[in-house]
Ligand binder design. Structure first.
Ligand code: SAM
Ligand code: DTB
Ligand code: SF4
Length: 335
């Protein structure tokens, strides 16, 4: 039996403790994760966020997973920063489709001064629609973080991506310590943190444990934790890496739920390539957030209609039920 004290946030998880969770029989692990999940959340509610790439391609960083890195030829052109009006239109459409949060991403190492002014305007306008705002623009210094916070930005996404040990295999142009510094600036500015990583990049099981240990060390924990399954994009160095077993992916979600009891754990990139059964197991393991909309930043996400059908099938409902009320729909059905 899990005591309530077992679900209080901890920041001192040891690697061997985390590895012991990964080694539990699958049913025991999912049972523990469900207990933690139900102590803090409505087990059938899923937060719905929509993504938009506001500046696509030709990024100077060399992240080996990323279709937007200028170091690899993935067929993506270099696009300019979108106009504010286009972003507001997309945000309004996302809201109408049921999103409660709008996440804007740019393929930058860090924002330039003249771009930041435009981005601040986007934050104000999207927030005025009544949506939560999130941005992911690369590294931020303290002043940039303060300006984004003052414009009303609710969340900043900046992923640790993998363990400190495996990180150098994946990215050479930006260090782990720099990522932690950006997260420090975001916290200092008073914004909420969205930080997670990618699984299925050829990492060892200990790297999955190491990533989650690093995320749990952040104090307070990140409010949002996106767990991405690598989307293998032709032209990137990771295009042909071996698939991660979906059961190992679900185990990682369950361990994330146990280590980060009050955080929203987002089943992020990779759902288009995932079976409904794997997604259902991920929700059972404690994932309670998704990206909704036909595209992520540059790659495909399940169609909106498919996600609605999956929610209905599983009896899930959006955390803020804007587009429909699944429970009402079910009770309205003939017996
Ligand atoms: N350029 C900014 C940065 O990296 O800080 C923000 C955008 S970047 C595309 C946001 C995150 O998307 C990355 O940190 C990575 O975790 C995730 N991502 C990028 N390409 C991916 C892929 N092919 N599969 C899964 N996740 C991916
Ligand atoms: C995150 O962790 N996943 C999202 C969001 N944060 C910005 C991005 C996923 C990108 C997948 C590859 C693409 O579509 O370009
Ligand atoms: Fe650039 Fe971000 Fe892609 Fe890395 S993940 S190449 S920083 S867009």
């Amino acid at each position: 039996m899990t005591l309530a004290s077992d679900t209080a946030p901890r920041h001192d998880w040891r690697l061997d403790e985390i590895q012991a969770l990964f080694a539990l029989p699958f049913n025991d692990l999912l049972f523990r994760a469900q207990q933690v999940h139900r102590a803090h959340f409505d087990a059938n509610a899923v937060q719905v966020a929509t993504l938009l790439s506001i500046k696509t391609g030709a990024c100077p960083e060399d992240c080996k997973y990323c279709p937007q890195s200028g170091h690899y030829n993935t067929g993506l052109g270099k696009e300019k920063l979108l106009e504010v009006e286009r972003v507001v239109e997309q945000a309004a459409a996302a809201k109408a489709a049921g999103a409660s949060r709008f996440c804007m991403g740019a393929a930058w190492r860090s924002p330039r001064e003249r771009d930041l002014d435009v981005v601040l305007e986007m934050v104000k306008r999207v927030k005025a629609l009544g949506l939560e705002t999130c941005m992911t623009l690369g590294m931020l210094d303290g002043e940039q973080a303060d300006r984004l916070a003052a414009a009303g930005l609710d969340y900043y996404n900046h992923n640790l991506d993998t363990s400190p040990e495996y990180y150098g295999e994946i990215i050479t142009t930006r260090g782990y310590a720099e990522r932690l510094e950006t997260l420090g600036s975001v916290r200092q500015a008073g914004m909420k943190i969205c930080s997670g990583g990618i699984l299925g990049m050829g990492e060892a099981p200990s790297d999955r444990a190491g990533l989650l240990q690093q995320l749990a060390r952040l104090d307070p924990h990140p409010e949002s934790v996106p767990i991405n399954m690598l989307v293998k994009v032709p032209g990137t160095p990771l295009a042909d890496v071996d698939d991660l077993d979906p059961i190992d992916f679900v185990r990682a979600i369950a361990v994330a739920r146990i280590l980060l009891p009050k955080s929203h754990v987002r089943l992020s990139a990779g759902r288009e390539q995932m079976s409904e059964s794997t997604q259902a197991l991920a929700f059972l393991a404690g994932a309670n957030s998704i990206f909704h909309g036909d595209t992520l930043l540059t790659t495909e996400n399940p169609a909106v209609a498919r996600d609605r059908a999956l929610f209905d099938k599983l009896g899930l409902h959006p955390e803020q039920p804007l587009y429909y009320d699944a429970s009402a729909a079910r009770t309205a059905e003939p017996a």
